[in-house]
Structure formats: structure tokens, C-alpha cells
Design a binder for this molecule. Structure first.
Ligand SMILES: *Cc1c(COP(=O)(O)O)cnc(C)c1O
Length: 305
């Protein structure tokens, strides 16, 4: 059984009065709609990894993440659907005996949760640590945190197929940068050089634009902005929650507090500052992540999943 990518992924255009004056259109590519549990950019990044695991006859995948991780949630759901065993190395011993909604979901998908201390988790890409873990679990297929490997980038590149050809700007939220790298690759590979979309990464991490150094591209038409972090990764305040509620009542579209709400808040702010030239056709990638809203459900006026 496979989880196929859809033929078509909807783009939802926003009607905002401040756009009309300057003839700007803005649409969101709704990757959050591709699957209830394997949603957003995570399925694209996992897809090529899962394919490699299956082709090489692994029956187990092992990966890494924090306790609220969208990647762990998507991996657990995908593995269950595909009949592959899944193991997660989870950051933070304190979650072991009080599972949050994300971890409860992972467990319900039969993912094995292996909790490690924050110090031990830092070893997650060190060969010796990986060797020990690999032996302990009989040599599973290992996917790094966030699906951040070459197969992950290749999978994310497929997102390019769903982006309208006339986009002048593509905006994507940036965590590890894997998805942005895939999108940049997709744009660069286009034979028709007349397509010149500017790729803007919005980092929800304080100081997140350090990732600019690791982006690999011959393309120069891109940037990463980390101004809209709201105090840092995973942090939010009343202004962001109010923005999410208002965004939902205007557009009937749920955003997640960790990535997409910060991205859209930033985009609207940048529009106000005339960052985008007149006539821009902006496509923002709705990368999903809505499962994360479970931990702030009582503050949101909409259902996320
Ligand atoms: C993981 C995630 C991102 C970041 O993706 P990277 O490929 O790690 O940069 C963005 N948005 C959402 C909703 C995510 O879950």
C-alpha cells in the first residue's frame, strides 16, 4: 500500500483589501490538505525515504524528534499505513510518563518511543551514537531529525510541481531548511528560465537565518527572514493567537502556531511595508503542522484536525 500524492493540490487565494490597491495576489498552496495525519511538507520529505527503505528491504524505520514534532507524528502515521515498524528517539525524559497529544498519537500508531535526555539527544548525528542505536534496534533505516537528508530534499522538490507557474514569489516556513532547499532545486531545474520566482524562507526560530549559509544553490533570487519568531521556536503570544483566530474567521483556513501562523503574520506585515512589488503573485506554502495545535486547543476558535 502506498500514500500517493494527489494529482492536484488546491491553492486558496486570499481576499485582502490592502492587496487590491497594489494589484498583488496571494494564495496558499494547501499541502495541509493532502492527508489528515501525514500532512504537509512532512509527507514529501518522508516519501523518498520510505521508498528507499522499502526498496532495500528494511522492515523498520527509526527517526528523531522533539515531543511536539510534526515529523514524528507524520512518520508514525505513514509507517502504520505502509505496514512498516517505526521507532522514535524522543528528546526529553520528562515526557516519558506524561505523554502529550503528539506522543499519544504516535503511540496509537504503534510507534515505539525511546526517550533520551536532552544531552543525549544532542548526539543524534554522531556516528558512534547512531551505531549503538542501530545495533540496539537491529539495523533499521535511519531518517535524521525533520527528514533532513538528500532523499528528504528530493521529496520536497516535488512540491514545485504544484506551484502555479506564474508565481513571482514563493514563501515557505523554514525549520531545517530541507523543504526550502527542495523548492529552490525545483525552481532552478526549470528549463524555462523565464520563470523567476523569488523564494522567501520565513524562519520561526530566533537567529534562524544562520541557515542561509547551508542553502545550496546557484540561484540568487532568495532570502531567509527570521524576524517573525515571536520569542523563539515553539513560542507564541496573544498577538499570534489572535492573528490565527482572525485569519480563520476571514479565510476559513487553519494555521499552526509553530510555523505557518508566523509565516503568514510575517507576510502580511511585509505587504504592509511594501516588501513585495506591485503586481506580485505570491504563493505561500501551507506546510501543515496542524496536529501541533492540539496543545493550545482551548485558545483557538477553530478545529485544526
Ligand atoms: C517541519 C515543518 C516546517 C519546516 O520544514 P523544514 O523542511 O525542516 O525546513 C515548516 N512547516 C511545518 C508546518 C512543519 O511541520
Amino acid at each position: 500500500m502506498a500514500i500517493d500524492l494527489p494529482q492536484h493540490i488546491p491553492v486558496q487565494y486570499l481576499s485582502l483589501s490592502k492587496l487590491i490597491k497594489r494589484n498583488i495576489t496571494i494564495g496558499l498552496l494547501r499541502l495541509d490538505t493532502i492527508h489528515r495525519n501525514v500532512s504537509g511538507n512532512k509527507w514529501f520529505k518522508l516519501k523518498e525515504n520510505v521508498k528507499l527503505a522499502q526498496e532495500n528491504h528494511y522492515d523498520t524505520i527509526l527517526t528523531f524528534g522533539g515531543a511536539y514534532s510534526n515529523h514524528l507524528s507524520a512518520t508514525a502515521a505513514a509507517a502504520k499505513l505502509l505496514g512498516i515498524k517505526a521507532i522514535a528517539i524522543v528528546r526529553g525524559m520528562e515526557f516519558a510518563d506524561k505523554l502529550n497529544p503528539t506522543l499519544l498519537f504516535c503511540k496509537a500508531q504503534e510507534m515505539k518511543l525511546h526517550f533520551v535526555s536532552r544531552e543525549e539527544y544532542k548526539l543524534k548525528s554522531q556516528p558512534e551514537f547512531l551505531q549503538t542505536i542501530s545495533e540496539q534496534y537491529k539495523h533499521p533505516y535511519i531518517i535524521p531529525e525533520g527528514g533532513n537528508n538528500a532523499a528528504g530534499v528530493n521529496g520536497a522538490e516535488l512540491i514545485g510541481n504544484y506551484i502555479p507557474q506564474d508565481a513571482t514569489h514563493i514563501v515557505v516556513s523554514v525549520g531545517s531548511g530541507t523543504t526550502m532547499q527542495g523548492i529552490l532545486n525545483a525552481m532552478t531545474n526549470k528549463k524555462d528560465k523565464t520563470l523567476q520566482s523569488f523564494v522567501l524562507g520565513m524562519s520561526p526560530i530566533k537567529g534562524g537565518s544562520y541557515l542561509k549559509a547551508s542553502i545550496q544553490t546557484a540561484y540568487t533570487h532568495w532570502d531567509i527572514i527570521d524576524k517573525y519568531h515571536f520569542g523563539g521556536f515553539g513560542k507564541y503570544n496573544d498577538a499570534l493567537i489572535d492573528f490565527m483566530n482572525a485569519f480563520y474567521s476571514k479565510h476559513q483556513m487553519p494555521l499552526d502556531a509553530i510555523y505557518t501562523a508566523k509565516m503568514m503574520y510575517g507576510v502580511e506585515d511585509l505587504i504592509g511595508q511594501n516588501y513585495f512589488p506591485e503586481g506580485s503573485k505570491i504563493i505561500c506554502i501551507h506546510t501543515g503542522g496542524l496536529q501541533g495545535n492540539q496543545s493550545l486547543k482551548e485558545r483557538l476558535h477553530f478545529d485544526s484536525i
